[in-house]
Design a protein around this ligand. Structure first.
Ligand code: GAP
Length: 514
């Protein structure tokens, strides 16, 4: 992470805490590592993000319905899904610092340092050659870049092989061969690599021991698979159709870090789309496009998104990619789109002894559908939005402001009602305006301090509109409506205010772009 990227992340974390978005969990006890609570504005933003996803998936697609499955599931679910046997990360400890790391991530970080060197070479050459610079040609011919690239390819190949073969000793050998040191202490004194299962377990009721062992779900998807037939039959759904769900998931990540990017308790928004076998790759393409469009409608800048196609596919997938977003720490996974074949439904058929098939009248036969999955982390989406909305500006008069430019349909508080002075009947008028708007939009009345300071406070929490009540309001029943981003003010009739704000703050503004 460059210094400015690191700074931005730090600023976002501090701002989120100071302005009621995200607090460290149980802070009065010094917090709990990588666990966060969403504050009064954070919860509103999170709810709006959920609505944006739910409406785009469930309301706007007649063949997608939603469910809300329990977090606890029968333990055989996780045997069938492969999580008991294979949901592991390779961990390694440094004997001197006693710090624990994911062995594969240490190697990936080493690779990304070489990638940064390539980027530096490219940057220097682009400056040198100006308009005549041809990036592809440079990459294909520059000896230093070619050497770096061949180093990367060789490391990636060894990493891939050792992970696929579960050869933990090879992973350690690679770490030693590359001379990777503990990022904290600089020590190269490593333990062997061990597998670590990421599922949290607990015991059901009074039954202790292996027989009562249950897990906190590590993904919401399995709640959808086990309900496939329930929903298909009761909803009279016909292939192709989808089931969507929003809910908490838990993973005992070896290192959880980078604020809410990687946590042990997080929230997923997942959709499984059941299709006819053989048609899955067309649907996979379609969902890739649809999901990218959904992200871009947020207006955070199309240059901040990219697809990362998986070259190493999980054993159950026949295609997979990530939508990556340019977080303050660089491009990272925001959403996964996977063509999961019939792996999950078939595995649940085998373990439960129940048929999970669809009778297709057009074919006059039953089959286990194939599945396209879209899976996005709500907390990561929150971080994406917050970090791109965070803006520091110097205004024309030389003063500075920090403003969260959150799109109005997603902003926690839609309007701040601000009586110019706290007398002359203006507070009472402000209360009337609040009472008019409260059925439709979350608003705040703020009486304290000079109007400029109140605007700054609302800018910092991202309130898109300021409604100022002044003496003219008492004469002609108009208010000024101030736009957070342009700071332009217009005079609006109070009778028009509800419809004007509803129009500007409606989720339809985003959904209509899809
Ligand atoms: N059902 C498929 C599945 O769970 P995944 O790639 O492991 O796939 C999907 O997770 C999404 O969940 C990721 O793209 C990411 O946004 C989010 N996610 C995964 N682990 C997370 C964590 N520890 N903290 C926050 N979000 C996480």
């Amino acid at each position: 992470m460059s210094q400015s990227e690191d700074n931005l992340l730090k600023k976002v974390i501090a701002h989120a805490k100071e302005y009621g978005y995200v607090f460290p969990s149980s802070e009065i006890y010094d917090g709990l590592s990588a666990t966060y609570d969403y504050g009064q504005y954070g919860v509103e933003l999170k709810n709006h993000l959920k609505q944006y996803w739910w409406q785009a998936m469930v309301r706007m697609n007649e063949n997608i319905v939603g469910i809300d499955a329990a977090i606890f599931m029968h333990p055989t679910t996780w045997k069938a899904s492969g999580h008991v046997d294979a949901f592991n990360d390779p961990l390694i400890d440094n004997k001197d610092s006693k710090k624990r790391y994911r062995a594969d991530q240490l190697i990936e970080e080493y690779v990304s340092k070489i990638e940064n060197k390539i980027a530096k070479e490219e940057g220097k050459a682009a400056k040198r050659f100006g308009d005549a610079f041809d990036l592809d040609q440079f990459r294909g011919t520059n000896p230093r870049v070619l050497q770096y690239q061949s180093q990367i390819d060789s490391i990636n190949q060894k990493l891939k092989e050792s992970i696929e073969q579960g050869a933990l000793q090879d992973l350690k050998a690679l770490i030693e061969e590359l001379g990777i040191a503990d990022p904290v202490s600089g020590s190269r004194n490593w333990t062997d690599v061990r597998q670590f299962n990421l599922m949290f377990s607990t015991e059901l009721g009074s039954v202790a021991g292996e027989s009562g062992k249950i897990y906190l779900r590590p993904e919401t998807a399995q709640g959808i698979f086990v309900n496939f037939l329930n929903v298909q039959k009761t909803g009279r759904m016909r292939i192709p159709f989808g089931i969507a769900q929003i809910g908490k998931a838990f993973r005992n990540e070896i290192i959880a870090r980078q604020f809410i990017f990687r946590m042990r308790e997080f929230e997923q928004m997942e959709m499984q789309f059941f299709v006819k076998p053989g048609e899955e790759l067309d649907w996979y393409q379609e969902w890739k496009e649809k999901r990218m469009k959904w992200h871009q409608a947020l207006g955070l800048g199309s240059e901040n998104y990219r697809f990362h196609d998986h070259l190493n596919l999980a054993h159950y997938a026949n295609a997979a990619c990530d939508i990556e977003f340019k977080f303050p720490m660089g491009f990272k996974e925001l959403e996964g789109i996977h063509s999961r074949t019939d792996f999950d439904l078939k595995a649940h058929e085998q373990h439960s002894g129940k048929k999970l098939q669809f009778f297709d009248p057009s074919e006059d036969k039953s089959y286990v559908p194939y599945v396209i999955e879209t899976s996005i982390g709500l907390d990561r989406l929150f971080l994406a939005l917050l970090s791109k909305s965070y803006t520091e500006e110097t205004l024309e008069d030389g003063s500075e402001r920090t403003v969260l430019k959150i799109p109005a349909p997603l902003a926690p508080v839609k309007a701040a009602i601000l009586p110019l002075v706290n007398k002359d009947g203006l507070p009472e008028k402000a209360r009337q305006v609040f009472d008019q708007l409260k059925y439709h939009l979350l608003c705040q009345i703020d009486f304290k301090d000079a109007i400029g300071r109140r605007y700054r406070r609302q800018d910092a929490i991202g309130t898109p509109f300021g409604i100022t009540i002044d003496h003219q309001t008492l004469e002609d029943d108009t208010v000024t409506l101030r736009d957070r981003d342009s700071m332009v003010q217009e005079r609006v009739q109070i009778t028009q205010l509800t419809s004007v704000l509803l129009e500007k703050c409606s989720l339809q503004q985003l959904l209509k772009q899809l």
